[in-house]
Design a protein around this ligand. Structure first.
Ligand code: PLP
Length: 832
């Protein structure tokens, strides 16, 4: 069979054209009645037997009804006015919980709270029973979630496309300080937010052959005959914009076999084998790959990429053809954004559909493709630049491989005619890497097929131009643009920090809820002692709440008046949690040497997951926990220093930690963090940053002013220069008595009694292979931490800087980022 851009079953549009019935009331009594109705008739429980989870489902369904009314209106309006749509393709959406997103954006938090109170139910307890939708690893997936919310807020008709992983990112537990991974089961109690669309099903082919079929005496067309066909089924989740103005769809694909059961085998008694095809097909949407930064070089991952790209392309092409009837106008009505290279095969799929299904000539198909696609680059790390072996693509997608070969031939012809004799340039821009077995380079392919390629911070974009895409940028100039990342303030300020939000509304007016740049009005208040008091009281309350979480989770009591020094993010050598731990040990040594000095009280708070196969990162987690155990049980230290590692970092834990942070650790090796968004969440909530000039830290510095941030360490170009000189750390260590003592302590087993060699691979790297410049930056970091301590003693100065951080962060709203994408990349209007 040929896999055509047609659903297996006739897919009528999935949303009815008119809302049935009257809009639902938002007053307490309507809400209460609706929640009770859902509890009774959907959940099937009475108020007597209902558990918190039952109540959560009832509330979610009652709220969802109110979203759906607006969803239908949004979709209808888009059809009626023929608006261009944005399709955001991402293999990850790190969403977290959705209840408070919907409640907050529909202004229903207080009415629902009141309605539940009348029923004797506490909304905040219900909040915590919702499982996190953790369909992502870290920053990249969280960015996709923030961008979905901002696109809805700005009234951009958009679909997010991804995979409905049955198991999201693993749950992290700590056993003796070692990371243990457990499967995550977010769907086990059902998901009240999603709509299954059994009628939206597409056939996705793999393998097989390509045959030439004569279409006339002179024309042939290629017909791909896949050996294996599986089905992609749509599940829709609504994404409500701020104040419910617009609602978009997140459409996630689930895989299933076209023939779930081989009846012949079953009847012959092979009861397990009869389901083998089904298992194989369904494995595609079974789990999220827990690789952070590096592609899992596995066939299943590639099958996931094609599966979701092909389903999404068929879906959006069908929608376009139904309304406009002409594939040649696709780029006028459709913008496709690739969130990193993972969906890049969608480019080849669109070419295939145009060439083989719609008989568009090559030149025109390529023009339309380039006008439709754009690509966001997220990393310059060489090990994370995605590529796939040619034989793998040839075997799984034979027609696509033919198209890639042709694309590369035309691409290299153009490059050769512009740069005759420049072989180095040719091999650097080629879509196929010949150096280590033949591999298709997804970054080069995504670049060549996109009218815009964006970096995610100013520095990252500059480095992109100078490094990975230097030659492509010469060949295809003017395509690289910067779109510095942002975060949605609805989640990371309004929901996570209601105390601060309330204070802001009181102090500078309610407009702050709609326009993040209003935060600038806070600046004069930084010098107002009465306001500072109120501001610090909010921070204090958030710290008391986090102290409670710490006590409950890991049984450690922390003093909320301490400086809360926070590093929360994936564990990675380039993020340099190790630098922070070494400084912690140095501080511990100093306290023990002079226990009676008037030390600041500090709590070092860590959270983050390591990729399961990333040995060094897991060892860093173990070291943090071993240091915590020794420090926390040392009676000479007590409240002067506490070290906590909170397990299972996810969006919900971030929402608890971020509002309580005083100091934000953003200490990556300069040139290695593309942007960071954790840095933005923390500064927005009043944490002062200690950080390197890396990623968006550079722009945070510009926005908050150099008196209100602690910048230290080598700059990106200096890191490059140092690396050229060599990465042995011996000299750095011998020049730093404090660092030398710290490393010796680790090596002598102070934190691993009886097993001094436990951290040998970390300390050896520091001594002889310090690629991440931990030893080179240690003294600067240590000294800067002492400046942090000095400032902390001056409560007024600290409070002033903290307020000025909040005041300066308005620019980092993802509404600003998305408005820039809309104007420079997608060519769609925004509505404020
Ligand atoms: C924001 C966020 C990240 C990204 O943090 P960085 O510090 O930018 O790496 C990762 N994971 C979660 C759960 C987040 O909320």
């Amino acid at each position: 069979m040929n896999v055509k851009a047609e659903p297996v079953h006739a897919a009528l549009e999935t949303i009815p054209a008119e809302s049935p019935g009257a809009p639902r009331g938002d007053d307490n009594s309507s809400l209460r009645a609706d929640i009770l109705e859902k509890l009774t008739y959907y959940v099937g429980k009475s108020t007597v037997t209902a558990s918190d989870r039952d109540w959560f489902v009832a509330v979610a369904l009652a709220v969802r009804d109110r979203v759906v009314d607006r969803w239908i209106a949004s979709t209808k309006a888009t059809y009626e006015n023929g608006a261009k749509r944005v399709y955001y393709l991402s293999l990850e959406f790190l969403i977290g919980r959705l209840l408070f997103d919907a409640l907050n954006n529909l202004q229903l938090t207080d009415p629902v709270r009141a309605a539940l109170e009348e029923l004797g139910v506490d909304l905040d307890r219900l909040r915590t029973v919702e499982p996190d939708a953790a369909l992502g690893n870290g920053g990249l997936g969280r960015l996709a979630a923030c961008y979905m919310e901002s696109m809805a807020t700005l009234g951009i008709p958009a679909y997010g496309y991804g995979i409905r992983y049955e198991h999201g990112l693993f749950r992290q537990a700590l056993k003796n300080g070692w990371q243990q991974e457990y499967p995550e089961d977010w769907l086990s109690f059902g998901n009240p937010w999603e709509f299954e669309r059994p009628e939206v099903v597409y056939a996705i082919g793999f393998g097989g052959t390509v045959e030439a079929e004569a279409t006339s005496d002179v024309m042939v067309r290629s017909v791909w005959k896949p050996a294996e066909v599986i089905e992609a089924v749509a599940y829709d989740t609504t994404i409500v914009g701020w104040r419910g103005r617009h609602v978009n769809t997140l459409r996630l694909w689930s895989a299933r076999a076209s023939h779930p059961l081989r009846l012949d085998a079953f009847n012959l008694g092979d009861h397990v084998g009869a389901f083998a095809d089904r298992m194989r097909a369904e494995s595609i949407s079974k789990i999220l790959y827990p690789s952070d930064e590096t592609p899992a070089g596995q066939e299943l991952r590639f099958r996931q990429e094609y599966f979701f790209a092909a389903a999404s392309l068929q879906d959006l092409v069908r929608r376009h053809m139904k309304v406009y009837g002409d594939i040649r106008t696709l780029h006028e009505k459709v913008a496709i954004q690739l969130n990193d290279t993972h969906p890049t095969i969608a480019i080849v799929e669109l070419m295939r559909l145009m060439l083989d299904t719609y008989d568009i000539a090559w030149e025109e198909a390529w023009e339309i493709t380039q006008k439709t696609f754009s690509y966001t680059n997220h990393t310059l790390l060489p090990e994370a630049l995605e590529s796939w072996p040619v034989p793998l693509i040839e075997r799984l997608l034979p027609r696509h491989m033919q198209i890639i070969y042709l694309l590369n031939a035309f691409h290299l012809d153009a490059a050769r005619s512009k740069n005759p004799g420049n072989d180095a340039l040719l091999s650097s821009v080629s879509l196929i890497d010949e150096s280590q077995g033949r591999r298709v380079r997804m970054g080069q392919l995504a670049f060549a097929a996109s009218h815009r390629i964006n970096g995610v911070s100013a520095l990252h974009t500059d480095l992109m131009r100078q490094t990975v895409f230097r030659d492509l940028n010469t060949l295809l100039p003017g395509r690289i643009v910067n779109k510095t990342n942002g975060i949605t303030f609805r989640r990371w300020l309004h929901q996570a920090n209601p105390g601060l939000t309330k204070l802001l509304v009181e102090a500078i007016g309610p407009k702050i809820l709609d326009d993040s740049m209003e935060l600038e009005k806070l600046k004069p208040l930084a010098d107002d002692a009465a306001f500072r008091e109120k501001f610090l009281a909010v921070k204090r309350a958030n710290k008391v709440a986090l102290a409670k979480v710490i006590q409950e989770q890991i049984g450690i009591r922390v003093d909320p008046s301490s400086l809360f020094d926070v590093q929360i993010k994936r564990i990675h050598e380039y993020k340099r949690q190790l630098l922070n731990i070494l400084e912690t040990i140095a501080l511990y040594d100093a306290i023990r040497a002079q226990p009676t000095r008037d030390w600041n009280h500090r709590v070092k708070i860590f959270a983050g997951k390591a990729a399961p196969s990333y040995h060094q990162a897991k060892l860093i987690i173990k070291l943090a926990n071993d240091v915590a155990r020794i420090v926390n049980s040392d009676p000479t230290v007590r409240d002067k220093l506490k070290v906590v590692f909170l397990p299972n970092y996810n969006v919900s834990l971030a929402e608890a930690i971020v509002p309580a942070a005083d100091l934000s650790e953003q200490i990556s090796t300069a040139g290695m963090e593309a942007s960071g968004t954790g840095n933005m969440k923390l500064a927005l909530n009043g944490a002062l940053t200690i950080g390197t000039l890396d990623g968006a830290n550079v722009e945070i510095l510009e926005n908050v002013g150099d008196d209100n941030i602690f910048i230290f360490g080598l700059k990106a170009d200096e890191v490059e220069a140092r690396r050229r000189e060599g990465i042995d750390g011996t000299a750095n260590i011998s020049n730093s008595p404090i660092l030398a003592e710290v490393i010796e302590a680790v090596e002598s087993g102070v934190f691993s009694p009886g097993e001094p060699g436990r951290f040998g691979s970390l300390t050896n790297a520091l001594r002889h292979h310090d690629y991440f410049m931990v030893t080179a930056d240690f003294d600067a970091y240590y000294a800067t931490q002492r400046r942090v301590g000095d400032k902390w003693r001056d409560t007024a100065a600290w409070g002033r800087s903290s307020i000025l951080n909040v005041a300066g962060m308005g620019w980092f709203s993802s509404d600003r980022s998305i408005a820039e994408y809309a104007e420079d990349i997608w060519d769609v209007p925004v509505r404020y």
